[in-house]
Design a protein around this ligand. Structure first.
Ligand SMILES: [Zn+2]
Ligand SMILES: [Zn+2]
Length: 290
C-alpha cells in the first residue's frame, strides 16, 4: 500500500481519462489526497473523495490563486483566478468527513505579479495563509503547506505563530501538517521538523543531481538521509513533477512508487519498509485508521 499525500487528479489534465487513472492507482493500492487550489478545485476534490474509496481531499486556496497571473507549467498553462477566501464555504467543506487536510496554502515567490513588491505580495499571501491556519486549528485537521523559494519567510511566520499561541496560553497542541514538495535545505528541514511538521517528497528527488561528482549527495538527499523517518511523506503533485523514468509526461499518483524507491536507496532500506512507514506516517498525520 502507498499513500500519495498530494495530487491534483481533479484538474483538467485528467478530464478525458480520470476513471482509468483512478483505476490504475486503486489496482496498485495507492491511497490519494486530492488537494484543492481554489474554490472549484476544492469542491471537485471533495466530490471525488465522496464518490471513491481510497480517495481523500484537502481544501484551500493556493497562494498564487489569490492574484491573477499567467502560469506556464510543464503539464499545464493557465491563468490564476484572483480568488477570495470564503469563510462559510471553507468551514463547511473542511468539516466533511473525507476532508483530511487544509490547503494547499503557503508562500510562493515564483509565479507572482510584477506590479507589486515582494513584501506586498507576501503580506497578501500571509493573510490568506492565516485563514487556513485558523481553519485547520478550528477543525483540528493538518495543514498542507506550499513553499516555493520562501522557506526563511515561512519558518519566521510559523515561529511567530507558535510564539503568539504560547503568549496567549492557547492550548491546542503542536502545529500539524506537511511542507509539501519539500525542496529546501537540511537546515530548513530541521526547523520544520522542530515545529512538528512532516516533509513531503515528490519525483523531484529522482531527478539526476547536477553535482559534478556523482558520489556527492545533493541537498535533498542529505535531508532524506538525515531526517527522522517518522516525518517522511511521499507525494506526486500530479499532474506536475513526473519522476525521472517518465519525466516530461503527465504525472499519475501511482508513480509515487518512484519516490519510495529513491528514499529506500538513500536510507538503505527495502522498498516495502519505506512504503509501509510512509503510509503509516500519512495515516497517522491525517487521522485515518491504521
Ligand atoms: Zn504546491
Ligand atoms: Zn499542489
Amino acid at each position: 500500500m502507498l499513500f500519495d499525500t498530494h495530487c491534483h487528479i481533479q484538474f483538467n489534465a485528467y478530464k478525458d481519462d480520470r476513471d482509468s487513472v483512478i483505476a490504475r492507482c486503486t489496482e496498485k493500492g495507492v491511497i490519494m489526497n486530492v488537494v484543492g487550489t481554489q474554490i472549484p478545485s476544492s469542491i471537485s476534490a471533495v466530490d471525488l473523495a465522496n464518490t471513491h474509496d481510497g480517495i481523500y481531499a484537502s481544501v484551500g486556496i493556493h497562494p498564487i490563486q489569490h492574484d491573477v497571473v499567467d502560469v506556464e507549467e510543464e503539464a499545464d498553462s493557465f491563468q490564476t483566478r484572483g480568488e477570495q477566501w470564503d469563510d462559510e464555504l471553507f468551514y463547511t467543506l473542511a468539516r466533511e468527513p473525507k476532508v483530511i487536510g487544509i490547503g494547499e496554502t503557503g508562500l510562493d515567490r515564483f509565479h507572482i505579479r510584477t506590479d507589486l513588491s515582494i513584501e506586498e505580495i507576501f503580506n497578501k499571501q500571509k493573510d490568506l495563509f492565516l485563514k487556513h491556519y485558523d481553519l485547520a486549528r478550528s477543525v483540528d485537521k493538518p495543514l498542507i503547506i506550499h513553499v516555493r523559494e520562501a522557506h526563511d519567510e515561512m519558518i519566521d511566520l510559523l515561529v511567530a505563530l507558535e510564539r503568539k499561541q504560547k503568549d496567549e496560553g492557547t492550548t491546542g497542541g503542536k502545529l500539524r501538517g506537511t511542507i509539501h514538495c519539500f525542496t529546501g535545505t537540511w537546515s530548513h528541514a530541521q526547523k520544520y521538523i522542530e515545529l512538528g511538521l512532516h516533509l513531503g517528497f515528490t519525483g523531484v528527488i529522482t531527478f539526476p543531481t547536477k553535482a559534478s561528482d556523482p558520489n556527492t549527495m545533493n541537498v535533498l538527499e542529505e535531508t532524506i538521509f538525515n531526517m527522522p523517518l517518522d516525518r517522511v511523506l511521499v507525494e506526486t503533485d500530479s499532474p506536475y513533477l513526473t519522476a525521472q523514468i517518465l519525466r516530461g509526461t503527465r504525472n499519475e499518483p501511482w508513480l509515487v512508487e518512484e519516490c519510495v524507491k529513491k528514499i529506500a536507496a538513500i536510507r538503505g532500506l527495502t522498498y516495502d519498509e519505506v512504503a509501509e512507514v510512509t503510509t503509516y506516517n500519512a495515516k497517522r498525520l491525517f487521522g485515518l485508521a491504521i
